[in-house]
Ligand binder design. Structure first.
Ligand code: ZN
Length: 264
């Protein structure tokens, strides 16, 4: 296979076919290998965005059996992954508008990326905290779809947090760096206007990634997805955050930068 698209020049990737070329180029760096019989010769079926094995005739798409299996709108998926890598944080609604895709597609894609980075960053040094500590940022159902941070006048997250974050002597917050709790609450409130209890660990995976992702580039994240198992929508819908959620240890995250990024 010939890889003509530079994966680090996303402006060159404008169609799903371009994305498939990039994925195929990364997946079959040394040429196509049939996942069924191992044969190394295949024919590109342009009409179906697939490759047919010259020996067993099995047709394989470049995303088959990867984390991107069955995903449509690969262009917006690439953009979402690029956002995650560059620290650009945006709500699903704002993302859907920017990419001109349906909100549910944006929501699904972004949760799939969170699942991907959650798998990858499981070795990051974390502390376990009871999710009840995040209560002020937890809402009954995700309010991502109801609020557009670019068009609503709201209190600055710093203001909200500074009012409420006053641990008492007996509070378990004593054992958690106050800066960390402050940062994570500001993240959940300013970007997402609160998140559901059910998915809070997914959003925290994004937070943890932001804290630790400094050396991960788009191409690396894409490679992780290509190596990974398919992420099924039903698995996301069935997901439920544990009572003890995982937070990456950090002293370095700067909320103003994150908050400013959403306003850009
Ligand atoms: Zn084959």
């Amino acid at each position: 296979m010939n890889q003509n698209v530079d994966i680090f020049a996303l402006e060159n990737v404008v169609s799903n076919a371009d994305c498939r070329k990039v994925i195929a180029g990364l997946r079959w760096k040394n040429g196509f290998t049939c996942p069924s019989c191992g044969h190394t010769k295949g024919y590109v079926l342009k009409a179906r965005d697939a490759i047919e094995c010259a020996k067993c005739r099995r047709q394989t798409s470049s995303t088959a059996k990867t984390a991107f299996h069955g995903m449509r709108s690969l262009v917006s998926l690439f953009h979402a992954m690029d956002d995650f890598c560059s620290g650009q944080i945006i709500s699903a609604l704002a993302f859907a508008r920017r990419e001109r895709i349906h909100y549910s597609t944006a929501w699904e894609q972004r949760h799939k990326i969170r699942t991907l980075i959650e798998r990858e960053s499981c070795t990051v040094e974390c502390i376990d905290v009871p999710c009840t500590l995040l209560n002020m940022a937890l809402v009954k159902a995700s309010s991502e779809s109801q609020f557009d941070i670019n068009s609503h006048n709201r209190k600055d997250a710093h203001e909200i947090v500074s009012i409420t974050l006053m641990p008492t002597a007996a509070s378990p917050m004593e054992y958690i760096p106050a800066d960390l709790l402050h940062s994570v609450l500001a993240f959940l409130l300013s970007i997402y206007h609160g998140v559901s209890r059910k998915y809070c660990q997914k959003y925290l995976a994004e937070f943890n990634w932001l804290v630790k992702q400094k050396h991960i580039e788009f191409g690396q994240l894409l490679s992780i997805g290509i190596r990974g198992d398919p992420i099924i929508l039903r698995h996301i819908e069935d997901y439920r955050s544990p009572f003890m959620v995982r937070l990456a240890r950090t002293e370095s995250i700067k909320i103003p930068r994150i908050y400013a990024a959403t306003r850009a």
